[in-house]
Design a protein around this ligand. Sequence first.
Ligand code: 5CA
Ligand code: ZN
Length: 482
Amino acid sequence: MQTEIKKGKWKKNFSEWLSDIISEAEILDYRYPLKGCGVWQPYGFKIRNNTLKIIRDLLDETGHDETLFPLLIPDNIFAKEAIHVKGFEDEVYWITHGGRTELDVKLALRPTSETAMYPMFAKWIRSHADFPLKVYQAVSVFRYETKATKPLIRVREITTFKEAHTAHGSWEDAEAQVKEAVEVYSRFFEQLGISFIISKRPEWDKFPGAVYTLAFDTLTPDRRSLQIGTVHNLGQTFAKTFEIEFETKDGGRDFAYQTCYGISERTIAALIAVHGDDTGLRLPPSIAPIQIIIIPITFKGKEAKVNDVSKEVYKWLKTAGFRIKIDDSDAKPGKKFYNWEMKGVPLRIEIGPKDVEKKQITYARRDTSKKGTIPISASLFEDVKKILDQIQENLALMAEKNFSELICIAKDVNDAKKLLESDIGMVQISWCGEKECALELEERVGVGVLGTPIDDKWKIKAGKCPICDKKGIETVNLGKAY
Ligand code: 5CA
Ligand code: ZN
C-alpha cells in the first residue's frame, strides 16, 4: 500500500515530507511499538550500508582499526568520570535485573563508549611506542532522549553510531588527530554531497568531558541546522580517570591524550533532506542501492526484441560494476517511472522498439529530469559512468547552492531576527567572546548559538558585538537547531 507524497512538501512542510518519504520509499518503518526505535527495511538498509562503507574506507585508509566493545557498562565504571556521567545522567537506560535477580551492580546501556573502551585502553597502553591507538566501531547506542524524537534525526536507539576513539603521547599529536578527523569527515560529507559548516561549540555546549568540541552543521530545507557529526579533543580528562598512563621517551610517566569523533544515521537524514524534492528522494550514485533502473517499453508483438536488448544492456552494465536493476513487472511504464523517481534512483534507462531499431538507449536523469540517448556501443560503460559522475557532482552543487543561500551575515539583533523570520536559516554575527553576551544574543534573537566557525571562509569581517558594543573578536553563528 502506498500513499502519494503530497506535492510541494519538501520545502514547505519538510518534517512531514521526511516522515512520508522514509515510509513510502521503504527506508525505515517507524511503526515499531517503542518510541524512538525504527526498523531498517531492505532498501534503507542498503543506503545505510553503502554510507557506512564510505566512512569505513576513509577510516581504514587513515590507519584506524575496527573493533567491537560490549554494549553493557557496569555502573561503577560508568560513574568514574564525574563530568561525563553528569552530562549523560538523564539519558542513560539502566539494566537492573538478570531474570528475577536484582543485579549487585546495575548496568548502563552505552550512550557512547568512552567508559567501555578506556578501561581497556589502560590495559593496552604501556609506553610511548603504543601510540597512536586509533579504533572505531559502528554499533547501536541508547539515549533516553527527552526532546521530541524524529526518525533518523533524534532516535533513542541510535543504530548507526560510528564512533572513533584515539590515544596519543602528546597534546600536539591529539591536535593533529583532530585535524585528521575533520579531514576524514569533510571527505565523507563531500562524497555524500552534503554541505556543512564546522564550528567550535561554545564552552557551555561541549561534549561532557571534552576540552573542546567541533561540530559539523548542515541545514535542512525548513531552514533548521542539523548537527551531523562531532569531533572532540578530550585532553587527559578520561586518561586520568581511567589511568591510561604510559612511559614517555625519556623514561618519565604521563597520561594519554585522547580524541573521539562520531556520526550517526542523522547523516542519512541529512542526505535525504538536502537532495530531496517534491517527487521524493534523489540519491547520489555514491550510495544509491540502485544506480540505474532499466525499464523495457514493450508493445504487443515486439516484446521479445525489447526484452532481449534490455537484458543484454543489463548484463553489460552489471558486469561493469554498476548497481542496476530491470523493472519488467506488469505495471504501466508511467507507474514505474514514478516509483523509481520517488525512490531516488539517479538514472533511468528506457528501451523501446524505436531504441532497439536505432541501437540506442534512452535515459532520464533524476537530478535534472533531462532526457537523452546513448548509442549501444563499446563505449556504453564510459558514457553511463560519465552521466552518473555528472549526477553526483550536480546534486552536490545544487545542495551547496541551497545551503549557501540559507546563510547570511546580520548587522545586529533586529537584523538577525528579520533574516531568520524571512528565508534565512543561519545568521553570522560579530561577537566579543563573552558568554553573557552570547546567552543574551540567544535570548533576544530567539535561536541558539551554534558556535564559532573554524574555517577562514566562514569568518566575517570583525564588527561590534551587538550586545555590549565592544570590539567583536570572533564570528558567531546562530540558528534554530533540530
Ligand atoms: N563520544 C562522542 C563522539 S563519538 C559522542 O558521543 N559525540 S556526540 O554525542 O556528539 O554524538 C555524535 C553524533 O551522533 C552527533 O554529532 C549527532 O550527529 C549524532 N547523534 C547524537 N544523538 C543522536 C540521536 N539521539 N539520534 C541520532 N543521532 C544522534
Ligand atoms: Zn559582547
